[in-house]
Design a protein around this ligand. Structure first.
Ligand code: ADP
Length: 310
């Protein structure tokens, strides 16, 4: 059975329903990708690797993972830390503002739980996905151990997949992010960067330049996302620019890239061509941005994907 691990942080999302009531849901870039992959490719075993707490909200988060049919064998429950949380506000101009409570979240500790025995179990996977967000939030003193564990997975033949997802506020400095991202690109087999992420850190201005940048690493598959403009891929030496059909009714672009990643990788793991995988990923992303929040309602999402045979 095909198996993929997604390592990252899922957070409690708070939204104001009215002046005195908050609603909550759960989101986080890597988790979002896992959800969308599983929704489209149910025969793949999709596992989350993260640390949550033993508090009531963490328990609810765990239940949500299960209700999305994610494998939770490697969701660790820290004895004293709690799940991270953020509050999202949308002003009258539609601009989103986030307030985070994540500096002491359980997910920062996830590397502690990746014992040698756990890592050996992870070698059974076909693929391991991580992004620049978990890379930024894991305790700084666990980064070396993290890279050693990834090296073990790579040695065992697990394909490592990286999306930089650069968030400036999570890093002590640009240089700190660049240092870690270089390690991530060096060890990975597949990279799925957005042009925007690379432009801030490396001064890259176009999807083509992003592919040129990727050439310095030993990546076998490069997929560069460039919003509604295009997706540009390079497999071996073969480059291709894929057209995206722009969505006119954009409600909320949160998790467009995450949905793309999950569905693209699910399609590739299912033996689809790069061309088909891009089209399916783009359809998922184009659907998600027509709904508020990171996770689109299941029925609407499934309906849209059924139009492309998923
Ligand atoms: P991120 O969300 O990581 O910043 P992008 O903005 O590049 O990444 O968006 C990811 C994917 O979402 C794109 O590759 C594209 O498929 C899709 N997408 C984004 N914006 C639009 C849009 N306006 N219309 C249609 N598809 C879009």
């Amino acid at each position: 059975m095909t198996k993929i691990f997604f390592l990252g942080e899922c957070m409690v999302e708070l939204r104001e329903l009215d002046d005195s009531t908050m609603g909550h849901s759960f989101a986080g870039d890597v988790y979002n990708s896992a959800v969308y992959m599983k929704r489209c490719f149910p025969t793949i075993t999709v596992s989350m690797i993260t640390a949550i707490g033993r508090d009531r909200l963490s328990e609810k988060m765990l239940s949500r993972f299960k209700s999305e049919d994610l494998d939770t064998q490697f969701v660790f429950q820290h004895p004293s830390k709690v799940a991270g949380m953020y509050f999202i506000e949308t002003d009258s101009a539609g601009e989103r503002r986030f307030t985070y409570w994540r500096n002491d979240s359980a997910a920062k500790k996830v590397v502690q739980f990746l014992t040698d025995d756990v890592v050996e179990q992870l070698t059974a996977a076909d693929m391991f996905f991580f992004s620049g967000i978990p890379l930024a939030i894991i305790d700084e003193d666990s980064r070396d151990a993290f890279w050693q564990k990834l090296a073990r997975l790579k040695q065992a033949g697990v394909k490592l997949v990286f999306d930089p997802n650069y968030r400036a506020q999570l890093w002590a400095s640009k240089d700190a992010a660049i240092e870690q991202f270089n390690k991530a690109f060096q060890i990975s087999d597949i990279a799925l960067p957005g042009v925007e992420d690379l432009s801030v850190l490396y001064g890259i201005a176009s999807a083509e330049e992003a592919l040129d940048f990727c050439q310095q690493y030993q990546l076998e598959e490069m997929v560069v996302k460039n919003g509604p403009q295009s997706v540009v891929t390079q497999i071996g030496t073969e480059r291709h620019s894929h057209q995206i059909t722009p969505v006119t009714n954009v409600v909320d672009t949160t998790s467009a890239g995450d949905a793309f990643n999950g569905v693209y990788l699910g399609a590739r793991l299912s033996g689809r061509s790069v061309f088909e995988a891009v089209q399916l990923g783009a359809k998922a992303a184009g659907t998600v941005i027509q709904h508020p929040g990171a996770i689109a309602p299941l029925a609407a999402f499934k309906q849209a994907m059924s139009e492309v045979g998923i």
